[in-house]
Design a protein around this ligand. Structure first.
Ligand code: CTP
Length: 403
């Protein structure tokens, strides 16, 4: 799936060592389907050459406002007229100061001032420059002017120091640009999601778990952030990275057992939508051994099970009506081996929730593809097989309409 298909992006590069990452960024944007037009400042060309950027973007690179090859000799107007967004990465402290004051003394700054599209900046600078009061003033003015800032991040810097000011990685910038273009029906809403498997300890080294990869829950988390929500993700043991972490719009609690997942979820009940995507173990071990259970000849251990709390059911019990609608709006998931529609609808009624999403498959755990069956009070509807992120986006738009 190409999430930037048909998007025209002007990729501005200003002078900073992070400019070497812009080559990778251009490649990722193109991979997502965008057409990329690169504009470089004079300083940027000290770090990376226009030839490199031309080869990667497949388009001639603009470096001067005095380019006579543009029909009316007004490259700044031409470029901003056709763009969906201008993305500047890296955006140096100097460039941000100029933009915040509306200065336009080269092609890139002139282009920004003459634009009719969104402007996004990925700042990159040494930590003292980022912390300087002058940069704070630039950030405040730019934010006031509706310029979106992607990052910066904290970490090791080219100058040898460690701190705020590092440019986000190209993959993070790409993810945030994709998110920027998504519709925002959940702006101002809080979304809580359980995802992944749980692990029930038998002893310190063994346990019972399941084959849930967490991918669907994490895709829903990403789609919810993209849609403007503040998201809290309660994740069972899985090695997936928190999506869109650099936006500051998502927090995560890692848990192991169903009981821990229950406690973490109940701590975050103040939400507008709850997606119970986790494959929660229905039973835990009554008394897990503190020491590793030793083999005793051919005798197998007698494990006593105890029922785990039903997180979704408990959440549904505290649902209140707000403006005539259930609050939070609870969405359950169901994976069944037979008669999905009936079992899932029965689950919806038993748990007292408005919507259950049935997992049609594919059967391969951890797959990036899925097919879903949406079941609510009005009946059931099959969604076309697609990538989990695409399905998650469709589901988020659907749920947003319900609330
Ligand atoms: N669920 C939950 N807590 C549990 C068990 C399930 O929150 N202890 C949630 C799951 O996250 C999912 C939904 O309930 O959204 C359905 O889970 P499932 O295990 O299929 O349902 P059960 O109620 O356990 O029914 P059964 O296993 O008998 O099909």
């Amino acid at each position: 799936m190409q999430s930037l298909l048909n998007k025209k992006i002007v990729l501005g590069i200003s002078g900073g060592i992070a400019a070497y990452k812009s080559a990778e960024l251009a490649r990722l944007l193109i991979q997502e389907g965008a057409s990329v037009q690169v504009v470089m400042t004079e300083a940027a060309q000290q770090f990376v050459t226009p030839v490199t950027m031309q080869a990667l973007s497949g388009n001639p690179v603009f470096t001067s406002q005095w380019d006579s090859s543009v029909a009316n000799n007004m490259a700044h107007i031409e470029l901003s007229r056709s763009a969906d967004a201008i993305l500047i990465a890296p955006a140096s402290a100097d460039l941000m100061a100029k933009l915040s004051l509306g200065l336009a003394d080269d092609l890139l700054t002139t282009l920004c001032l003459a634009r009719d599209c969104s402007l996004l900046l990925a700042p990159a600078m040494n930590k003292q420059m980022w912390e300087h009061a002058a940069t704070h003033r630039s950030v405040a003015r730019l934010t006031q002017d509706s310029v979106a800032l992607l990052g910066p991040a904290s970490g090791a810097q080219a100058c040898g120091e460690v701190g705020m000011g590092r440019m986000l990685e190209p993959a993070e910038i790409t993810e945030q640009l994709i998110a920027f273009f998504q519709k925002k029906p959940l702006a101002g809403k809080k979304v809580l999601i359980t995802a992944g498997p749980t692990f029930e300890a038998i002893d310190p080294v063994r346990g019972i778990t399941n084959r849930s990869s967490g991918k669907m829950g994490f895709a829903i988390a990403r789609a919810a952030v993209e849609a403007g929500a503040q998201v809290h993700l309660v994740a069972g043991p899985c090695d997936l990275e928190t999506p869109l972490e650099a936006t500051g719009k998502i927090s995560r609690t890692n848990v192991i057992s169903a009981k821990e997942m229950h406690a973490a979820t109940m701590n975050s009940i103040d939400c507008d939508v709850f997606f119970a995507v986790a494959a929660v173990a229905d039973w835990g071990i009554a008394k897990p051994s503190k020491e590793k259970i030793k083999r005793q000849g051919k005798q197998s251990p007698n494990l006593e099970f105890i029922a785990n709390p039903d997180i979704l059911l408990d959440m549904a019990k505290i649902v209140r009506t707000k403006a005539g609608k259930p609050h939070p709006y609870c969405v359950g998931f169901a994976a069944e081996s037979t008669d999905l529609a009936n079992h899932a609808n029965e689950k919806r009624k038993r748990k007292g929730i408005p919507m259950v999403v049935g997992n049609i498959g594919p059967d391969t755990f951890g797959s990036d593809l899925n097919q879903l069956l949406i079941i609510d009070e009005s009946g059931s509807k099959k969604m076309a097989k697609a990538e989990k992120l695409q399905l998650a986006r469709q589901l988020i738009q659907l749920v947003a309409k319900k609330i």
